[in-house]
Design a protein around this ligand. Structure first.
Ligand code: UDP
Length: 240
């Protein structure tokens, strides 16, 4: 199936914590976040409905935490809390820029932010608000890539945009192989056959089973979000 930009209205944007951290690798890079939020606003102004799942790796990653003698469940809870911190922070910056945004959490955080339900988030999206959905899937041992696919399915999104530091998928690692070729689109089955590492297997299977198309694109490129939505050759399109 060809990439059809005219059919895309509701999108799920996944941004890893690593991108929010910028070159320092930890916390928030003000310049990066300023640029990203400007780009999100621009895309919103074009009429797209935008839900966002943020990673937490700029603050805490349970699965790769240095001390794995600690209980993984607790480590993952800390990681999930990091995604809520990121959601609150970016939503606040968007609001400060006069762009209505709301941070939901799938974990109960009564005093801090409202509990996510698909219907509440859908309603908010319909009124034009940008919705952050924090807390990952709400369960340990999962990733925010899986959360992004899950929420995209719940919210009946037309496309999942996975912003990364690379342009998309290649036939082999371009850093190691000068013959590596860029892949502008591939079906889920081709990804499996060619062992293309799109996202972790749980996230990939969920997307494949529910036939939700994805685009992997370079979010560090200026205007990346808009280009990923409008240009078939910008990023790699994965389809059912
Ligand atoms: N996490 C989790 N369950 C989820 C999503 C995330 O336990 O459904 C935890 C896990 O510890 C993970 C951390 O939150 O390491 C941050 O998420 P992720 O690693 O996906 O963030 P990213 O790499 O995208 O910044």
């Amino acid at each position: 199936m060809l990439f059809q930009p005219e059919k895309i209205h509701r999108v799920m944007l996944k941004i890893s914590g690593e991108i929010l951290a910028g070159p320092q690798g930890y916390g928030f890079d003000d310049e990066v976040i300023d640029r990203l939020t400007d780009e999100i606003i621009k895309v919103r102004q074009k009429g797209y409905s935008i839900a966002i799942v943020l990673g937490g790796g700029n603050i805490f990653r349970g699965g790769t935490w240095k001390n794995q003698n600690l209980d993984r469940v607790v480590l993952d809870h800390i990681g999930m809390l990091a995604t809520i911190q990121n959601s609150l922070y970016l939503a606040e910056i968007l609001n400060l820029k006069n762009c209505p945004a709301r941070a939901f959490s799938c974990l109960i955080m009564d005093n801090i932010t409202e509990l996510y339900t698909p219907s509440k988030a859908s309603e908010a999206l319909e009124t034009g608000q940008i919705c952050f959905i924090g807390g990952g899937t709400g369960n340990p041992f999962f990733t925010t890539d899986t959360a992004a696919i899950l929420r995209a399915i719940e919210l009946q999104s037309d496309l999942v945009l996975k912003g990364t530091k690379v342009d998309g998928l290649y036939t082999s690692d371009p850093k190691l192989d000068s013959n590596a070729q860029f892949i502008s689109s591939a079906s889920f089955s081709q990804c499996l056959e060619q062992k293309l590492g799109v996202m972790d297997m749980t996230a990939f299977s969920l997307a494949r089973e529910n036939q939700i198309p994805l685009k992997i694109f370079n979010l560090t490129r200026a205007g990346g979000i808009e280009m990923a939505l409008t240009q078939p050759d910008f990023g790699t399109y994965i389809y059912a």
